[in-house]
Unconditional design. Sequence first.
Length: 499
Amino acid sequence: MALSSFHTNKVYREILAFIGFLLIAAVLGVTIAKGKVVTAGLYIALPFIIGFLIWVFKDPKVGLLAVFHFCFLANGLGRYVPGGIPWGLVIDALLILTVLATIFKVSKEDAKRMNNPVFFIMFVWFLYTLIQVVNPEARSKEAWFYAVRGVSLYLIQMIPLILILMNKKEDMEKVLKIWFIWSLISTFYGFKMNIFGVTSGERQWLDEGGKITHEIHGRLRIFSFYSDAGQFGAAMAHTTLAALLLAIGPYPKREKYFYWFVTACCFWGYALSGSRGPLFVIAGGAFMYLLLVGNFRILMVGAIIGGLLFSLLKFTNVGSSNYQIQRMRTGLDPNDASLQVRIDNQKKLAVYLATRPLGGGIGSGGSWGARFSPGSFLSEVALDSWYVKIWVETGIVGLVLHIATLLIILGIGMLKVFKLRDPDLKQKMMALTAGYFGIVVASYGNQILGQMPTGTVIYFSMVYMFLCSDWDEEIFQKQAKIAEQQAAKEPTRVHVKIS
């Protein structure tokens, strides 16, 4: 009787399993038929997504590294993958996932690492942007949500995660390698675009409005797989500066060759972008590096070389036959038509904002303003500069606060980097600090600071500028300990006096 019951139950289980598989197949068939390639791709990716979730909750550092990797692709991925997927929100999902995993995984001792001035300084800025959600001038809460991410939300999530999960000198070196490798990949893709032309997806993006600013006099401004040529140019100039400063550092020849290779490739990538503002990333960063070196003779030689290069661009026609050099030269022309338009826009904005010290609300200007509050004054004025964007959306109060936070971080970072003793660490931190300053300077002309991937690199740079003095102390303590151990191993010398 028991045997018969067992066989009956087995048959029932097989029938139920068969019906279950039929239902799953039917659901998959219907959803794939409606969603087509995107839904099919999602089902294929589902096991990998589940595996990744498990991995992140076991090691939250994986999630932070995933954010860093993905930020190089997020803004341009929509040109290559159909379906209108909001790839930018993937960054949000990864960050939230990593924050949750960190809360569950990290100990109280690790959490104490958040007790760092860089977190509290930027938390003040975040609080101000949070208050902006109730700005009476703001027309759309949804616009605030989308726009605040690049202004402060990513920053206030990433800084604590970096402090907790990637706070070692080895982590800083890993960040440099990832940054340089992705920069090389994007540069080579830019070379491909320049030689062989654009893909169908890129052509569609250009035809839908991108060509207004990216096809000038029949010349394509290279944008690689970044959001636009301006961001690509700024990112390449940033990488050029950092790689150049490492190339002249105290490293073995093989390592130097790699840095020189990155410098050359990324500089040409910057030139192909046709962007003029990023020139100030290199100029501003080079000036900061000379200050950090602390050698008056080197500072004077560097100033003379910089002055000569500036004079060649500003006061001569050398290289004017080269399109890229001529584009750089126009960035120094005070009568440039593009610059005059920006100045006129700022005059209009000054009148509008004179009675609005808190600004028009985050998301009220630029593309978000055009999307969520079309027809408003701010949505129809171009916000070409990062600081103009902050001024328009958060008012003069927000602009002063934002610049103050950036300068405080720079000042503290400079003091810490200047006092470093380990040559390897100092050179790398001078490269990151100079890059930070170069981006801060160049953001006057373009919206660079809040854009991926440059913003993400800057967040890491901020944290490491505050942690580097601790690493320096650890290095010297280790060296002192090794020296003591070696001294203890040396045989005691016996001096015999011969009479």
